[in-house]
Design a protein around this ligand. Structure first.
Ligand code: IVH
Length: 626
């Protein structure tokens, strides 16, 4: 009829629910009244304490407070704005102040009235509530996804959020999203005295009711009773809930209490604890993290725990597997706590045909050798510079201020270039072109030029800095400097044996082994060659290898402003003589060099009886008289 009689189409016509066109972009919407969050309570005692504090502030007895309890629906918060009874827009919570316009998908939710069921609607009304996906709808959606080889959602909350944020409302219309209100934002000329009254009003104007809401007095026993009821109710509910929200019902008391930070002082979310279930360990995969650590991940027979299908769980490391006595094929107890990745808590029964879990000898990402760092639980991939799993972190480390100091090549830009495949290893930094950067979102020609200029400037460096920039495990800024000072040039370092490396002050067997392994890897050598060919240079450390180090084993501290040397020059001088330069004075400090306007470090040194030199004495000591 509407197609033939266009004048009959009204804003609240059922045909308008899915009629919206797909959107191109999200529009920001400022909330008229801020959308708040809730403080969490994890135990009965925390819940009771919360209201005891509120009662104290109100100068009343906690058990005299009227408490209203509601299931905490596990979806996403939405604000519905009505103008003269018609839905004007729907917005997500965003940061509480500004959200995103999602009217196009929210209109497809049947429990969101397009027109309020009242003859005299207020001029404006903000209805606040939760959009969620019932458990059955979530299961159905994931089953379809598995059949179509498309993305499976990890839980109903993610499925609801993903659906609300769909650009195309037709997709949202095909999925069963639901809306239940839990309060109001701006309610203009309307008058209420109780929260429960608001919920009743919302029901009369066409909204659904949250099931299993209760009113009771705020005594410890009542909270306890309510919790036990809700624990049982939870299993039977068609939607996932992650706790109970307790609110002081009296609106004048709510106003008197007000807010702290982003949450009200009159309501709290009592969260349900972790949930456990038993399933079978099917296999174990090894994931390579940003720093090269291989983490075992359990692949499980899928189980539905607290509204979520769990298929994977973290096993942390090989020590944990040993502690659990875990093998493939075993029945295991898994635990899920809120958003945290599920974990295996224990072996419930050994599998009939169980197989041990073995750390691979080669990295599953780059095929480099996998090594265990002595004294640590972690196994690492040795393909430091070439392993794709470690790439972005390696590049960030290399370009950072402490090392190559490529000032305009920040973490965000590295991630962008890395994800695009432009930067695969640190050597690719030197083949970057203006267009590689200028073509990225949020970058222009000018910023691209700045990046290339800072790459150019960074090319002249020091041996110790370059060595540290390579990110060899355990070899930090100081370790790299010590090695550089000892061996004087990179080729000598690359050719050094384990024994030779262990001669360097402060270098132990772990660092020495890592250095040897790093330079024995041909891929790492090839990358260093590329970097040198691109024009990166450093001064080799002066003098013959192994200088006398009169200050070896000593710790010096510099404080105040020196007149004839910069802080860095003084530091370099002391380090070249074998001293460590520390930032604070302790009993172990060998000497404190005091410049002008020295602060508390001088006083500390004096009180500890540590040797103090002024600038002139310091220069004289090392024959640097001016
Ligand atoms: S009241 C000012 N009631 O939980 C208080 N929130 O963790 C506003 N939620 O952002 C919230 N069910 O999205 C309230 N019955 C309920 C709720 C509920 C779910 C969500 C809501 C809020 C979040 C806070």
């Amino acid at each position: 009829m509407e197609a033939e009689n266009l004048e009959l189409i009204t804003a609240d016509s059922p045909s308008q629910r899915v009629g919206a066109k797909p959107i191109d972009d999200y529009v920001k919407i400022e909330h008229t009244v801020k959308m708040l969050s809730l403080a969490n309570a994890f135990t009965l005692a925390e819940t009771y304490d919360f209201f005891e504090k509120a009662a104290k502030e109100l100068d009343v007895d906690p058990s005299s407070l009227d408490i209203f309890s509601e299931p905490k629906l596990d979806g996403l918060a939405i604000s519905l704005h009505y103008v003269h009874g018609l839905l004007s827009y729907a917005a997500t919570r965003g940061d509480g102040q500004v959200g995103e316009d999602v009217t196009h998908t929210i209109k497809t939710v049947k429990s969101v009235p397009i027109k309020l069921a009242t003859d005299c609607p207020p001029a404006t009304l903000d209805v606040r509530g939760e959009v969620f996906m019932p458990k059955a709808a979530f299961e159905k959606l994931n089953l379809q996804a598995l059949q179509n080889d498309s993305k499976v959602f990890v839980n109903p909350r993610n499925a609801a959020a993903g659906t609300v944020r769909q650009m195309n409302p037709k997709i949202a219309a095909e999925r069963d999203l639901q809306f239940i209100p839990y309060g109001l934002g701006d309610y203009g000329e309307l008058k209420f005295t109780r929260h429960s009254e608001i919920l009743k009003f919302l029901h009369t104007i066409g909204f659904r009711k949250n099931p299993h809401c209760y009113s009771f007095h705020g005594s410890f026993e009542e909270f306890e009773k309510n919790y036990h009821v809700m624990e049982k109710v939870r299993e039977k509910l068609p939607m996932q809930i992650d706790g109970i929200v307790y609110k002081i019902d009296d609106l004048s008391l709510q106003t008197a209490l007000g807010f702290i930070a982003r949450s009200p002082k009159w309501a709290v979310a009592r969260k349900f604890p972790a949930q456990n279930d038993v399933t079978q360990l099917l296999s174990v995969d090894f994931q390579v993290g940003r720093t090269g650590v291989l983490t075992p991940v359990a692949r499980l027979e899928p189980v539905f725990v607290g509204g979520v299908t769990v298929e994977n769980a973290t096993l942390h490391n090989m020590d944990e597997i040993e502690r659990l006595g875990l093998e493939i094929g075993d029945s295991v107890e898994i635990q899920r706590a809120g958003d945290v990745i599920p974990k295996v808590v224990k072996v419930v029964a050994q599998g009939a045909d169980r197989k041990p879990i073995i750390m691979p000898e080669r990295c599953p990402v780059c095929n480099a050798a996998v090594e265990r760092t002595e004294g640590q639980a972690a196994f690492r991939c040795t393909g430091v510079l070439t392993c794709a799993a470690q790439g972005a972190e390696r590049i960030r480390h290399y370009a950072s201020r402490k090392f190559m100091n490529i000032t305009n090549l920040g973490t965000k830009l590295i991630e962008l270039l890395y994800n695009k495949g432009t930067l695969k290893t640190i050597a690719d930094i030197y083949t970057l072109k203006i267009d590689d950067i200028a073509s990225l979102d949020g970058q222009g020609e000018k910023s691209a030029q700045n990046v290339l200029a800072s790459i150019q400037t960074s090319k002249t460096t020091k041996l110790g800095t370059f060595l540290g920039a390579l990110g060899i495990y355990e070899v930090g800024e100081e370790g790299a400097k010590n090695i550089a000072r000892y061996f004087k040039n990179l080729d000598a370092i690359a050719a050094a044996t384990l024994e030779e490396l262990m001669q360097v002050p402060d270098i132990g067997p772990v660092m020495a082994k890592n250095v040897v392994e790093f330079f024995h890897n041909d891929n790492n050598q090839a990358i260093i060659k590329k970097i040198r060919d691109a024009g990166v240079t450093w001064q080799d450390e002066p003098g013959a290898p192994v200088q006398p180090q009169p200050l070896a084993g000593q710790t010096w501290v510099l404080t105040g402003t020196l007149q004839h040397l910069s802080r860095n020059e003084a530091k370099a001088l002391l380090e070249s003589l074998g001293a460590k330069v520390a930032g604070s004075v302790s009993k172990k400090t060998s000497c404190v060099v005091v410049g002008q306007e020295a602060g508390s470090k001088l006083a500390t040194a004096q009180s500890l009886g540590v040797k103090v030199l002024d600038e002139a004495e310091f220069l004289a000591e090392f024959n640097l008289g001016h």
